[in-house]
Design a protein around this ligand. Structure first.
Ligand code: GDP
Ligand code: MG
Length: 256
């Protein structure tokens, strides 16, 4: 619980036997064990021991047969909402994210509807992390495209799974979510900004991965995902130029 709100963490998991048990333990232990109420781990057709490890580690097991990072996250958010989440945290069970960084997201959850993590802060990129110059500047450049075209807040990472949504924010965007693949994350941001939701980005730790990377591990795959992200952002931009914002971004009545 966080200020009386139920916190549910979503882990998309595709063959994550190497790190999933430790990740579940790490996130359940945040704040001495009092912050994360539940972890929903979405098994996306894993062929290893991921399913057994999820069940043994005390997370809620959900199986999503539609293959893809976006499908797994969409299913996880729907399950978290059905299970009473007030605050939904997306993360990965591969050791790259630190459970304690959930507290950074929560610190902004009262004033913002969506709190995005950014992995591009040099001081927080661990030596073993897969965040070399190419990935770092690539993520930054696509994030800046999103920021400029959508008039968003300062954005510096388009591909950070670690993020928080208030339940109402998820409900406002869920019908628009269409991407089932690895370029899913910017769609959430396009929809959220167009819906007038309040977004902010905060720096999070990015560590080395346990187990094999399926998206950014190979430069060719990373470039492909980046290209699909850019295409998606441009398509949304064109679509939204033809339709006005649904409602104006909410502004506090008096300075906080
Ligand atoms: N690539 C991929 N990842 C999936 C899928 N389903 C769930 N995931 C999870 O999505 C997260 C991101 O994938 P990952 O291999 O860590 O990519 P990376 O963060 O770029 O190294 C991991 O937690 C995966 O287990 C899928 O179909 N494809
Ligand atoms: Mg990862």
């Amino acid at each position: 619980m966080w200020q009386g709100k139920r916190v549910v963490v979503v882990f998309p998991a595709y063959n994550e036997e190497a790190g999933i048990a430790a990740a579940i333990a790490d996130f359940l232990a945040v704040g001495g064990g009092s912050v994360v109420d539940e972890i929903v781990a979405v098994d996306n057709n894993s062929r290893d021991r991921t399913a057994d490890l999820i069940k043994a580690a005390g997370a809620t097991y959900v199986r999503e047969t539609l293959q893809g990072y976006g499908h797994a996250l969409q299913r996880g958010m729907a399950e978290a909402t059905a299970r009473g989440a007030h605050l939904i945290v997306l993360a990965e069970p591969d050791g790259t994210f630190a459970g304690k960084d959930v507290l950074k997201l929560l610190a902004f959850a009262e004033e913002f509807d969506v709190v995005l993590g950014t992995r591009t802060t040099p001081e927080l990129i661990w030596q073993e992390a897969n965040m070399g110059r190419f990935l770092r500047w690539g993520n930054w450049a696509v994030a800046k495209l999103l920021q400029v075209l959508f008039g968003g807040p300062s954005l510096s990472d388009c591909g950070c799974t670690l993020r928080l949504l208030r339940r109402e924010a998820y409900l406002a965007i869920r019908e628009g979510l269409t991407v089932g693949g690895s370029h899913f994350l910017p769609e959430m941001v396009c929809l959220a900004l167009h819906s007038g939701l309040r977004l902010v980005e905060v720096p999070v730790n990015y560590r080395g991965r346990t187990g094999e990377s399926k998206i950014t591990g190979s430069p060719a795959t990373a470039v492909g995902v980046g290209a699909r992200m850019i295409r998606l952002i441009l398509l949304y931009w064109v679509r939204y130029r033809l339709t006005p914002r649904r409602w104006a971004r909410s502004v506090p009545a008096s300075p906080r």
